[in-house]
Design a protein around this ligand. Structure first.
Ligand code: GLP
Length: 234
C-alpha cells in the first residue's frame, strides 16, 4: 500500500488524476467510480482535461435503494452532474436503486462486474472505515449485496439531504471482494474527520471491523490524503 500525503485536496485530486491517466495510457478501459464529496475534485480534473473518455466504461460502487435516478440525491444523478454530462463515457453502470428485487439487482450487477473487470477503482472512505457501502463487519470476500446503512453513515450522509429522516436506510453496493478484484485501487480521503479511519486503514490490524484495512493486502493500492487526514498516522 502506497501512501501519498499532499498539501491539500486540490493537489491530491491532481495526483489521483495523473495516476489515472497513467493507468489509461497503459491500457485501462474500465474505471470503478465512487460518489461522495471526496472524488469531486478528481472528476473536475477529468472534466477540465483533454482526456477522451469515449472508449471508457464506468462501473459505480453503489446506489441507495428506493431512490429514482432523477432524484438529486441519487448516485445516478450525482455521476451525471459531476462527470458523465461533461465527459461522455462509452457506457456506465450503477446498481438499479429503483428495483426492490435485490436478488435481481445483485445478479445483474455481478454480471456487469464479470463482463467488465475493473482496471482502476476510485474509492472514498466513510468515517467508520467503510468503502462503497460496505459497513464494518462485511466479509472481505463479499460480492454485490444489499446493505442496511449504519446510524453513523446515515448521520454522515444526512448533509446531502433535507433531513436525516430522508436518508434511505438501505443501499446496493459492490462487495469488498468485488472491489479487491480491481487491478489498481486509489483511495482518497480529506479532512480531520477521516484521520481515525485512515490511521486504522493504514497502520491498524487488517480486520472486517475496518473494511478499508483490507487494502493492506491488495498488491497495488494507493492512498492519497491531505495533511489533516494523515494527522493520526504513526
Ligand atoms: C458514502 C459513499 C462512499 C463514500 C462515503 C464518504 O457512504 N457510499 O462511497 O466514500 O460516502 O463520503 P465523502 O467523500 O462525502 O466523505
Amino acid at each position: 500500500m502506497q501512501v501519498i500525503i499532499t498539501e491539500n485536496k486540490i493537489a491530491a485530486s491532481k495526483k489521483a488524476f495523473s495516476l489515472l491517466q497513467q493507468d489509461i495510457a497503459q491500457g485501462a478501459t474500465v474505471l470503478g467510480l465512487a460518489t461522495g464529496s471526496t472524488p469531486v475534485g478528481l472528476y473536475d480534473e477529468i472534466c477540465a482535461s483533454e482526456l477522451d473518455c469515449s472508449a471508457l466504461t464506468a462501473v459505480n460502487l453503489d446506489e441507495y435503494v428506493g431512490i429514482a435516478p432523477t432524484n438529486p440525491q441519487s448516485y445516478h444523478h450525482f455521476m451525471h452532474q459531476h462527470l458523465f454530462s461533461k465527459k461522455p463515457f462509452k457506457q456506465s453502470f450503477i446498481p438499479d436503486g429503483t428495483n426492490r428485487n435485490a436478488d435481481e439487482v445483485i445478479a445483474e450487477y455481478n454480471q456487469v462486474l464479470a463482463d467488465h473487470p475493473i482496471d482502476t477503482q476510485i474509492l472514498g472512505i466513510g468515517q467508520n472505515g467503510h468503502i462503497g457501502f460496505n459497513e464494518p463487519g462485511t466479509p472481505f470476500d463479499s460480492q454485490t449485496h444489499k446493505v442496511q446503512l449504519t446510524a453513523s453513515t446515515i448521520a454522515a450522509n444526512a448533509r446531502f439531504f433535507a433531513s436525516p429522516a430522508e436518508v434511505p436506510s438501505e443501499a446496493y453496493t459492490m462487495g469488498i471482494g468485488s472491489i479487491m478484484q480491481a487491478k489498481h485501487i486509489i483511495l482518497m480521503a480529506f479532512g480531520e474527520q477521516k484521520a481515525a479511519a485512515i490511521a486504522a486503514t493504514v497502520d491498524g490490524e487488517v480486520t472486517p471491523a475496518v473494511p478499508a484495512s483490507v487494502l493492506q493486502t491488495h498488491p497495488n493500492a494507493t492512498i492519497i490524503i491531505d495533511r489533516p487526514a494523515a494527522s493520526q498516522l504513526r
